[in-house]
Structures are given as structure tokens and as C-alpha cells.
Design a protein around this ligand. Structure first.
Ligand code: UN1
Length: 502
């Protein structure tokens, strides 16, 4: 059960710059409140300005000259230690995460686990960081290419995976020899603080990781525009990602973007419907629909549409909303008031503008203690047409749209008919159909007989079209974001050899 708000002490947090916990120059703070019960103050976090960002970037620039020369396996050893600390403190950190972000405790534990997985996986890369050798076109000449660190990286991270996503960026950046300044989402800075504290405790030297919390428009913008930042890695909305990319272009920064999604579950008439039902419930309403990978469209074969719709509506009505620290809760709150308004706005669009049939949910839940939080009833729309706004735009909440299809080709056409391309899934018992869909879906992630969420850290994560700008974080592919290639030629002939001429 959740502790009463009065028994939880709120703390004032600092920025972390050059190995020291420092108050923001402005002395302004932002309140971090529990979205399940806004009476509970989780902490007060710096509302940093460009002055704080400048100080952090300066510290990171200074630290870069020594950190880049620490052998990668040694850098990795520190990360392994950080992983051990995260394991030891997993429950405490998960609890903190549920309090600041709202996701149910089990899922918050999964988020911390994803950070542990990433830390161990990428620390292992410290002994690889492979380049390659190849044959030169001239005799007595050697050719190879090696990975080099890039410099100071600016990391801007979202609130929905407040520890996992920072770890996807910090750990590979560090193992490659970069230093970082991270600006966590203003709604969930505590989980980044916990991650960075683990790194500090593990022995990451001063200046290598710096944390500057604050508003996107202020601290985030200052980071994205800073001339000494060589790389910006951003996960968040498509709207903000575009601004980050524009800023990056002005200063020749490398820019890795991970943005929106409109993910789809396709269910064929031969599918195991009970399995598909579990997948849709988990994909659409897990994390209150606030995963980039959340299932927000379900394309169902017309032969089973009626039956599946009935099965889904029946189960959705049973989902229990509540505080994520209560183990009876299925669905936690959404992140803040703005999210409530946006999601309910889409519910209205679905009902009025689009004319879809709402089967359940559709309102803010305000019974009892729920009135103190940002709760929205899990919502299902049926009779949705592929071009309706609720079937096209990212809602990022517990709302799912059911769309009927005639066959697999039709399902794939509908599924691909959106501007995003993060994750898709197909339920079928026919292996041929599974491979056909795998080949024809324009998404960065594809699942067979599983939901749209649940990516693992050792595979590339990211999407096509408006979801990203071609990079992948996760997998060894993330090393391509956080390192640059240097091609090296050694001519041991003792004479001038002219490539392309001699
Ligand atoms: C996100 O929502 O941005 O695949 C990340 C998943 C998680 C990561 C989601 N492992 O659902």
C-alpha cells in the first residue's frame, strides 16, 4: 500500500556539475509531485538556466580530455560497478520511480532492470568496441578503421522511461569515451538522479556525467544550442525533436532522435485470440499507454472482429486504476494535467469529429482518492476507420482503436498508413503470414505473437519515418551514435605511393 503523503519527506535536489551537487544559479526550483496523488511532494528540483548549462558543459569539456584516454575496458569496469549498485538498490529506485512517474511498481522495477541490462551489456562492449582492418589497394600499405569518442554529448530524456532511457544514452556515451550533460524530463528527474548517483558511487570521475534539471524551453534549449556540445541525443515528442534537430543543424552537431509512434497490433482470423487479447491489454494499457511502443491501434480480421471486440471490452472494464504502489493496481495515472487534457481531447475527437463508437472508458476517473491524481479510464473505440485522427495521431494514453481489415495485405496497408514507424505486431498461427508481414511492415521493431512493447537492450531500438532520423539506440548499433570512425593508413613502403594513380 502507498504510504500516506505526510510521512514521506520531500527533499531539495541539486544539479550535479563537475562531481559536486550544486544549487541552480537562479535558486529556482520545480516541484516534482506524485501523479497518482498530487498532495505528495516527491522533491524540489533545480529550474536551471543557461548559466547552469554553461557550467556543466564546461566541466564536461574539461573532463573529456582525460576520460577519452582512460582505456575503454577500464571505463567499462566502472560501469559494471554501477550495474551492481543498481541491482542492490533496485527496489528503492523502482519505488521512487512509481512515486514520481506513476507506473505500477512491477513496471518501474522493469524500468530499473532495463537500466541494469543496458549497463551490463554496454560495459561488455568496453572490451570490444570493434573496428576493422582491410586490405589497402597499394603494396606495403596497411588500412584499418577505429572508433573514436565524439566529445561532449547533450542528452535530453523523457519522463516515460525515466531510468531506462537515460541509461541507453549515458552508458554507451561513456564507454565510447565521451562525457555527458543530461537534462532529464521536468516531471521525472529523480530517477536520473538515482542513476547518476549510482555512477558517482561506482567511481565515474567528476565532470564525466553532469546533470542539469529544468524546463525543456530553458535548460533543454540551452543544451541543444550550446556550441561545445558535439552530439545531441533526444527522446521525446516529434514536435520538440524537430526543434532539437534544427538547433543541431546550426552548429554541425550530430543528432540522434527518437520520437513518436502509432503502433499497431494486427490480429488474423487464425490467431490464438486469448493470447492476442493479453497482448492488446498489455500493449495498450500497460504504463497507461504511455510507452513510445504502446499499442494504440488494433487491426482485426473482419471474421473475428465482433468476437474479439466483445472479449476486449469485457476485460478492459475490469482493469483497476490506482496508485502504482498498491499491488492490486493494473493501470496507474497519466503523467500530468496537460496529458489528461490532451488524451481527453482525443477521446472527444474520436466521439464527435471521427464518429467512432466508444465501448468503454472515456472519462477522467475521480472516485475517492483517484481525484487527487491524473487518472483516465482505459478507453476502447470500435468502428474506427484508418484515416480518422484517433487512428493517425499519437495519443500517448490509455486509448485504443479497433479497425477492421479484410485480409493480411489490407491489414499491412492500414498498419503502414501512418506517419510513424516504431513498432508493429502480428498475431497469426501461419508462419508464411508472419514472414510476409515482417518483410512488409515499415517499422523499426516487429513482433510475432507478442505485443508491441518489450524491446530488449541488446537489439537496436528506433523507428522509421517520423519516428526518428535513422539512428538506433540499443544494440551494438548505439555505438555508431556515440563514436566516430577514424580511418588509418600506414604506408610502410618507404616511398611515395599515390592512391588511385600508381
Ligand atoms: C519507450 O517507450 O520510449 O520496448 C521505450 C519497450 C521498452 C522501452 C520503451 N523496453 O516497451
Amino acid at each position: 500500500m502507498a504510504k500516506p503523503a505526510s510521512r514521506i519527506k520531500a527533499v531539495e535536489f541539486r544539479n550535479y556539475i563537475n562531481g559536486k551537487w550544486a544549487a541552480p544559479r537562479s535558486n529556482d526550483y520545480i516541484e516534482n509531485r506524485n501523479p497518482a496523488d498530487t498532495r505528495e511532494l516527491v522533491g524540489r528540483f533545480p529550474a536551471s538556466s543557461s548559466d547552469d548549462v554553461d557550467a556543466a558543459v564546461e566541466a564536461a569539456s574539461e573532463a573529456f580530455s582525460t576520460w577519452r584516454r582512460v582505456p575503454a575496458p577500464r571505463r567499462a569496469e566502472i560501469l559494471f560497478r554501477a550495474g551492481e549498485i543498481l541491482i542492490k538498490r533496485k527496489n528503492e529506485f523502482a519505488r521512487d520511480m512509481t512515486r514520481e512517474m506513476g507506473k505500477v511498481f512491477k513496471e518501474a522495477s522493469g524500468d530499473v532492470q532495463e537500466a541494469i541490462d543496458m549497463t551490463y551489456f554496454i560495459a561488455g562492449e568496453g572490451r570490444r568496441l570493434h573496428g576493422f582492418t582491410t586490405k589497402a589497394e597499394l603494396p606495403n600499405k596497411f588500412a584499418m578503421c577505429v572508433r573514436e569518442p565524439i566529445g561532449v554529448c547533450g542528452l535530453i530524456t523523457p519522463w516515460n522511461f525515466p531510468m531506462a532511457i537515460p541509461s541507453w544514452k549515458i552508458m554507451p556515451a561513456l564507454v565510447c569515451g565521451n562525457t555527458v550533460v543530461i537534462k532529464p524530463a521536468e516531471d521525472t528527474p529523480l530517477s536520473t538522479y538515482n542513476l547518476v548517483s549510482a555512477c558517482e558511487q561506482a567511481g565515474v570521475p567528476p565532470g564525466v556525467i553532469n546533470v542539469v534539471s529544468g524546463e525543456g524551453e530553458e535548460a533543454g534549449a540551452a543544451l541543444a544550442a550550446h556550441p561545445s556540445i558535439r552530439l545531441v541525443s533526444f527522446t521525446g515528442s516529434t514536435q520538440v525533436g524537430r526543434i532539437v534537430a534544427q538547433q543541431a543543424a546550426l552548429n554541425e552537431k550530430i543528432c540522434s532522435l527518437e520520437m513518436g509512434g502509432k503502433n499497431v497490433v494486427m490480429i488474423m482470423e487464425d490467431a490464438d485470440l486469448d493470447l492476442a487479447l493479453e497482448g492488446v491489454l498489455w500493449g495498450a494499457f500497460g504504463t497507461s499507454g504511455q510507452r513510445c511502443t504502446a499499442a494504440s491501434r488494433v487491426v482485426v480480421h473482419k471474421k473475428i472482429a465482433k468476437r474479439f471486440t466483445g472479449m476486449l471490452a469485457e476485460r478492459v472494464k475490469l482493469l483497476k486504476l490506482g496508485n502504482g504502489l498498491n499491488d492490486k493496481t493494473d493501470v496507474g495515472p497519466v503523467i500530468n494535467e496537460e496529458a489528461v487534457e490532451k488524451i481527453l481531447g482525443y477521446v472527444e475527437i474520436g466521439r464527435r469529429e471521427d464518429g467512432a463508437t466508444m465501448l468503454c472508458g472515456g472519462s477522467r476517473a475521480e472516485k475517492g482518492d483517484l481525484k487527487h491524481g491524473y487518472f483516465i479510464e482505459p478507453t476502447v473505440f470500435a468502428d474506427v476507420k484508418p484515416k480518422m485522427r484517433i487512428a493517425q495521431e499519437e495519443i500517448f494514453g490509455p486509448v485504443v482503436s479497433l479497425i477492421e481489415c479484410r485480409n493480411l495485405d489490407h491489414a499491412i496497408e492500414i498498419a503502414n498508413g501512418v506517419r510513424y514507424g516504431l513498432s508493429a505486431s502480428l498475431y497469426t498461427c501461419d508462419v508464411n503470414r508472419a514472414f510476409q508481414a515482417m518483410e512488409n511492415m515499415f517499422t523499426g521493431i516487429f513482433y510475432v505473437n507478442a505485443s508491441t512493447t518489450g524491446a530488449e537492450v541488446h537489439l537496436p531500438f528506433g523507428g522509421t519515418k517520423a519516428t526518428g532520423n535513422g539512428h538506433r539506440e540499443g544494440g551494438t548499433q548505439v555505438l555508431d551514435v556515440f563514436s566516430e570512425w577514424k580511418s588509418v593508413y600506414v604506408d610502410y613502403s618507404g616511398k611515395l605511393q599515390r592512391a588511385q594513380i600508381d
